[in-house]
Design a protein around this ligand. Structure first.
Ligand code: SF4
Length: 709
């Protein structure tokens, strides 16, 4: 039957048009989302997408990033075959090779390097996306290397590290539905996690108070905040200590709870005496009366739920301690592990907390090499080294260049992007020194261009993926189209490499589905049931009872919530403080030459790091790299809207256009990251790092601005 033109143009599914609707997921942003997508497929091509109405996460919604998936997966610069470098490194000249040749080359080179320099000389690096990480982690360990590394070294792991040090548990989440007051610290879900805003909107409707801490005016501060506090970037710790000062002074803390469940309160209380609101105003710029008002709003409306956003708080050289100071508010008000406060949670699978346990940890950690040398960065950042089973990538460039404490010679990469790092050009120069460099990606990125081998990965539409969701949901997606060109699933590539290197790992050699079965073996569902179900399947879970972790005793050394950290105490001689002490974020060098604070990485509505810079539908809102600055600052420099300006630090300069906005605080310049033509991270010093976590000071670096003539 010939379909009518109208039916085809309207993309109506059915036998007349040959259009089928198949379910998949979006993996543009972080794994705590991955919304369900209905893909309309005709003749093996996705012709339309919609959010899946039946999906338990997004209920039919997609954000402006997810809606551009079709343009994303059909980008012209998709890598089509495995490629081998034929010109000089960095020339970008490659020849296509077969998968078999690629596997053999990678296996023989990595095994040679292991033989000559030891297994730790090979780094196994994951950027975006993250769905295959358990396999890369296991492969690194089976190979014998401690150097499994991820971009989370500068992202979400800051949150995990703080919770681990303070409570012995990896995460907690705000119990928004039962909260009386919500403290959104650096919280702007409308630009990054749109689904997360719904709970706060609902809470506000039932009378929950909302305090937002953010230097900028955002949709969240405008729509949700009863009170908006605007500290200078990186002074969050001083503000949190000031709030604690008022809460303690006003007797608004929970003494019985502190007595029973909190360790180090007396020392902490003595320390916060030094942060009266007037001093906090000097340190942070937040008026003393606003800090008083915020503390009272908290104390009078308990329970307190806190949503502390990872990167904006952690991306300072004092970020780790600032984070702890914020978390301490939950403990002193008696709200950690209490209804309406912070509910401890654990990951079920791939960064998702669903209430059930898979065997992901056993899968990754059972092969952890014994007596391996310390992972990259752990000697400099001991708190990171003690708690996180990963290399700290902010030390990668230094170690490649200096070979201290041992040489690094090769990298097997998936989604590696050197532009994520402070002094990004420095990381590029270091990577170019490796003897052997492989990257796997969908697109020919700037990093792929200087690799020895490049492997084509496929998108979430073209692969099968195990995925958990909060509330007890689990799914195993199926491809809705064949992999484009010769691209393959990252997990299949990793299983094939395990076999090619003959690492003696029967599970990986058995392939992806055998690994899925291993992960879910304790759950009351089979892989076949998951594969047959078009939507996520509900796994029966016992709801967590708030308070049970406290009663059992936390997994810290004291068994309590540690305001004074016994995990940090052994490192006091190295200058680390067990209390959440405050230090100024900026260095004091050249404030006259560099009078502004540069803040790299605050979210743009349509951007997800650099993943969507090459997608026209996403790029059109801001086609050129721009720096946001306050109109008064701009006027003082004779700068007008869209003038060409230079941003400069001690590391160098970039040229961008000026975007004047009253939503930006005076004295701070904001610039989104990841642009090849104006890489703001190239302006960041590789030495301006947090001594606890190794995190870079992306959000507080001294900056000069001038109009380009
Ligand atoms: S990019 Fe948007 S649509 Fe895609 S997973 Fe994230 S929130 Fe969902």
């Amino acid at each position: 039957m010939k379909p009518s033109k109208t039916l085809l143009e309207a993309k109506i599914p059915g036998p007349e048009t040959g259009i089928q609707v198949k379910q998949t997921i979006c993996d543009i942003c972080c794994p705590s989302f991955h919304c369900g997508i209905d893909a309309y497929v005709k003749d093996g091509k996705v012709v339309k997408i919609e959010g899946t109405a039946e999906h338990p996460l997004n209920h039919g919604l997609l954000c402006t990033k997810g809606l551009c998936n079709r343009q994303y997966i059909y980008r012209e610069d998709r890598i089509r075959t495995p490629l081998k470098r034929v010109g000089p490194r960095g020339s970008g000249t490659f020849q296509p090779i077969s998968w078999e040749e690629a596997y053999q080359e990678i296996a023989s080179r990595l095994l040679e390097i292991r033989e000559e320099y030891g297994p730790e000389s090979v780094v196994f690096f994951s950027g975006y996306s993250k769905w295959y990480r358990p396999w890369l982690h296991r492969l690194a360990y089976q190979f014998g290397s401690p150097n499994y590394a991820t971009e989370s070294s500068i992202c979400m792991t800051s949150t995990f590290l703080n919770w681990l040090v303070t409570t012995g548990n990896i995460m907690s989440s705000p119990d928004t539905p039962r909260a009386g007051v919500y403290l959104g610290w650096a919280y702007n879900p409308y630009h990054s996690r749109y689904l997360a805003a719904k709970g706060v909107e609902a809470g506000k409707e039932r009378g929950m108070k909302v305090i937002i801490v953010d230097p900028r005016i955002t949709p969240t501060t405008e729509r949700l905040a009863d009170l908006h506090l605007r500290p200078r970037p990186g002074t969050d710790g001083a503000l949190a200590l000031g709030l604690a000062h008022v809460l303690i002074r006003e007797g608004m803390v929970d003494e019985p709870y502190i007595e029973k469940y909190v360790y180090g309160y007396e020392a902490y209380r003595a320390y916060v005496q030094g942060f009266p609101p007037e001093k906090v105003e000097q340190l942070t710029g937040v008026p003393a009366q606003q800090a008083e008002e915020a503390a009272r709003m908290i104390g009078e409306n308990l329970p307190l739920a806190i949503n502390e956003s990872a990167a904006p708080i952690a991306h300072h050289r004092n970020g780790f301690q600032n984070y702890r100071a914020i978390m301490a508010l939950s403990a002193i008000t008696g709200c950690f592990d209490r209804p309406g406060g912070q509910i401890p949670c654990q990951f079920s699978y791939n960064y998702q907390s669903a209430g059930f346990q898979t065997r992901e940890d056993q899968f990754t950690l059972e092969a952890k090499p014994k007596n391996a040398r310390p992972a990259v960065g752990s000697q400099w950042f001991p708190i990171w080294g003690d708690f996180i089973n990963e290399a700290q990538v902010d030390d990668l460039a230094r170690q490649i260049q200096t070979q201290d404490p041992y040489p690094l010679k090769a990298m097997l990469g998936f989604g590696v992007n050197f532009r994520i790092a402070p002094d990004s050009e420095g990381l590029k120069a270091a990577l170019m020194k490796l003897d052997f460099l492989v990257n796997t990606d969908l697109f020919m990125t700037d990093t792929c261009k200087f690799c020895d081998l490049v492997l084509p990965a496929c998108s979430s539409f073209e692969r099968s993926e195990l995925k958990a969701y909060g509330g007890g949901w689990l799914t195993c997606t199926q491809p809705v189209i064949e992999p484009l060109y010769q691209s393959r699933s990252d997990v299949d590539i990793l299983c094939d490499l395990s076999k090619a290197m003959n690492l003696g790992d029967p599970l990986m050699e058995a392939g992806r589905e055998a690994c899925y079965r291993y992960m879910i073996q304790d759950l009351p569902v089979t892989l076949e049931q998951l594969k047959e179900a078009p939507y996520p399947v509900k796994i029966p879970v016992e709801p967590y009872q708030p308070g049970s972790m406290l009663e059992k005793g936390l997994s810290t050394k004291s068994g309590k919530f540690e305001l004074y950290s016994l995990a940090i105490a052994p490192y006091e001689e190295r200058g680390l403080d067990p209390l959440p002490t405050y230090k100024e974020p900026l260095n004091q060098e050249d404030p006259e030459k560099y009078p502004f604070v540069l803040c790299s990485g605050p979210r743009l509505t349509n951007a997800q790091h650099s993943r969507l810079h090459g997608v026209p539908w996403n790029r059109f809102l801001r086609p050129e790299p721009m720096a946001d600055l306050n109109p008064e600052d701009a006027a003082s420099l004779g700068i007008q809207q869209e003038d060409v300006i230079e941003l400069f630090t001690k590391m160098g300069a970039i040229t961008v256009k000026a975007n004047l906005s009253i939503k930006v605080d005076k004295g701070t310049v904001y610039m989104f990251h990841g642009y090849s033509e104006a890489d703001v991270n190239s302006l960041m010093s590789p030495d301006h790092l947090d001594p606890y976590s190794g995190f870079p000071a992306f959000r507080s670096t001294r900056l000069g601005v001038r109009k380009k003539v």
